[in-house]
Design a protein around this ligand. Structure first.
Ligand SMILES: Cc1ncc(COP(=O)(O)O)c(C=O)c1O
Length: 346
């Protein structure tokens, strides 16, 4: 008998090939069949593992990265975690400029993965020198042998999903997918996946999820940036106050906007009903599905794939904190379903 040890060479080999899981109770009242691509199964617990690994390996192929080089990025947290993880295995330094909107858990997690973190004010214009874009740009200029991933303006972000997420969903649904519903932050996930799926079947309908307070939906409809659309909102990783070139708007059919409050409750509902502990934007995507269902978008033959981008453990001090929910006014007007009371034994 061959004495072979069945092990992966390192953690990066586990990126991608995430499972597609049928949604059951949470979809009971909806028309159609619903499946979630659960990206928390990536080793860094989010879809951003795919782009971090792909972009860094592409830079290596092009000879841009050398041993001891520094990788710099702006991030709402997930991309940073993934870049830090890839940097550890490949021996690079990692510097991350993050928004002050990111949860403290996310920031501590990045530091635990060896990254140097700069926290920048969330509600300043992208051209402001304090914005995380400008801080990352400056650090890139000041650090020799560094690369700036620049996920919002990097076509390789979109290409990573074109090459991995799209083919996986096509194969997992045996080509029977009718709708893709996904959040749009950089737009890499939705547009890369959509491009692949539409090349297989141009009738696959692709619907993006945007936040109130973001310019993306209106830009898709008018091709103009309406600054009146911009105001603060709480969901991290979804929507934008600028137009990312990583988004290919031509392969997206329409956008739906969702509120912070309903998305938060829907994330909690998914955890309680499906046993899937998902992040805030997973709540947003299912909230969008509920609104689309209300609007009569689906039939009983629809096979709808939603992308759940990350894991709920990243939101313990936000969506999964009753105190945070109360502070936002999200629990005041609504009796929250079946969250159990804590029982104190004296
Ligand atoms: C939690 C979360 N959900 C969704 C997204 C959106 O993915 P994409 O940037 O590929 O549009 C991101 C990315 O920033 C994210 O961090």
């Amino acid at each position: 008998m061959e004495n072979k040890i069945d092990a992966h060479d390192n953690i990066l080999e586990l990126i991608g090939n995430t499972p597609l899981v049928k949604l059951n109770r949470v979809a009971d009242s909806l028309t159609g069949n619903f499946y979630a691509k659960v990206e928390a199964f990536n080793p860094g617990h989010s879809s951003k593992d795919r782009i971090a690994n792909y972009i860094i390996e592409e830079a290596e192929r092009q000879g841009i990265l050398k041993e001891g080089s520094t990788i710099i990025e702006t991030t709402s947290g997930n991309t940073g975690f993934s870049i830090a993880m890839v940097s550890i295995i490949k021996g690079y330094d990692c510097i991350l400029a993050v928004s002050s909107k990111s949860s403290p858990d996310k920031i501590d997690m990045l530091r635990s993965m060896g990254a140097k973190v700069y926290v920048c004010p969330a509600h300043v214009a992208p051209e402001d020198p304090r914005s995380y874009y400008q801080v990352a740009k400056r650090l890139h200029e000041e650090t020799s042998d560094s690369i700036y991933i620049n996920q919002y303006f990097n076509k390789l972000n979109t290409e990573a999903h074109y090459k991995t997420t799209g083919p996986e969903i096509w194969k997992q649904t045996n080509g029977q997918i009718t709708h893709l519903v996904a959040c749009s932050g950089t737009g890499g996930t939705i547009s890369g996946t959509a491009q692949f799926l539409k090349e297989q079947n141009p009738n696959v309908k692709v619907i993006g999820v945007d936040a109130y307070g973001s310019v993306i939906k209106k830009y898709h409809e008018t091709r103009k940036i309406d600054t009146n659309e911009i105001y603060p909102y709480r969901i991290e990783g979804l929507g934008k106050n600028l137009i990312p070139s990583s988004t290919n708007f031509d392969v997206i059919d329409s956008f739906v906007k969702v509120t912070d409050e309903e998305s938060a409750h829907t994330a909690r509902e998914i955890s309680r009903t499906e046993g899937m502990f998902v992040g805030y934007t997973s709540g947003a995507v299912l909230q969008a599905v509920k609104q689309l269902n209300e609007a009569g978008e689906f039939t009983k033959y629809s096979n709808v794939v939603v992308i759940f981008p990350d894991h709920g453990s990243r939101y313990m001090s936000k969506v999964y904190s009753d105190q945070w929910m109360t502070d936002q006014g999200f629990l005041n007007n609504k009796t929250e379903e079946a969250v159990q009371e804590i029982q104190f034994i004296k």
